[in-house]
Design a protein around this ligand. Sequence first.
Ligand code: NDP
Ligand code: MG
Length: 390
Amino acid sequence: MVKNISILGSTGSIGTAALDVISRHSDKFNVVGLTAYSNISKLVEQIHEYSPEIVCVQSNDLAIELRKQISKEVEIVIGEEGLCNVASYSKTDVTLTAVVGIAGLKPTIEALKAKKDIALANKETLVVAGQLIKQLAKENNCRLLPVDSEHSAIFQCLNGENAKSISKIIVTASGGAFRDKTREEMKSLNVDDALKHPNWSMGDKVTVDCATLMNKGFEVMEAHWFFDVPYDDIEVLIHKESVIHSLIEFNDGSVLAQLGVPDMRGPIQYALNYPNGRLDLPIKKLDLLEFGKLHFEAPDNKRFPCLQFAYEVGKQGGTYPAVLNAANEVANELFRKRVIDFLEIEKTIRTTLDAHDSINDPNLEQILQANEWARKYSFQVIENQLKSKI
Ligand code: NDP
Ligand code: MG
């Protein structure tokens, strides 16, 4: 059976990797929905190549511009509502969520309500609303399939295993671009330095999140929700080669790991084709002799406090995770725009978390309110920091 796929964020790093997988297996997949934010030229190319039935762009002006550039009959929808339409499009079997940030939350909810399986790359959705998303997936009998490489690794290791036998999950981390930098050196490092990721080629936001280790913190929270494992049983291991994508320790002492060269097409194909096994792809084969040695070390919480913020906030729950994510989105963006320094990212997040009054078991509206509050608050924190420098 051919699966109909909608891709939210098709013009991004994950989106284009997914389309590469799909184009090599057109007997298995058919593209029905695509979305861009503002990259019209790439979307036009994708429309010509994959003939989707529905596409989404950010604004009316962009939709008019897009219409001029395509001759095909394609429904064009707009903004957040449009994103939700593509996510829940009637013919879709699997929705791949590959937009950045909290923008992925509402469309994922709409897709679940419409009983779509989700291939989830957009980790921020699980970070801010893990409980809600899990509940909706259960109620609507939908699969939540991990695309993040670490979670795909764990998912692959769990194949045929009883998840109740997990004693520990070990999430590996490259350590990001600043793995070996001192705090003193971090003060003067800028966005160009942060974007030089040692192993993975990804979008800018997630690459900066790797440099702060916020990304690894989010992945700990993501692992908690995907696999129902308590935070105390999720460990992070710095492994600079990114060859072992993550590990599970079982209660008999056995440890299973998934290995491979870093290439997101691996986890993407596994999620899109699930439960039908693996697909042929021209991914470089792993040659362990090329590496000779693999390295492991514990994360340094003093140099990278964002990882601990995630454990703290994950355990506290309530609206704290939404605040963590929002403050990080704001600080990450302003660092990328060279408004703040690298170490001000963690400072902004800490100050915003400390000022928040969390609500327990929040509904969607309360999560979105906390997100709005934290965005405004963290902007203010940054403004005050800038004023104090003048
Ligand atoms: P990119 O920045 O490369 O791509 C983002 C995509 O989302 C683009 O299509 C962009 O459109 C669109 N987009 C951006 N902002 C919005 C918005 N506000 N509303 C709607 N669409 C938007 O990101 P990545 O592909 O790197 O990452 C996507 C998600 O996957 C993130 O959550 C990330 O953490 C996660 N992830 C990524 C990995 C990777 O290897 N890249 C690995 C694991 C997880 P346009 O091009 O028009 O701007
Ligand atoms: Mg990852």
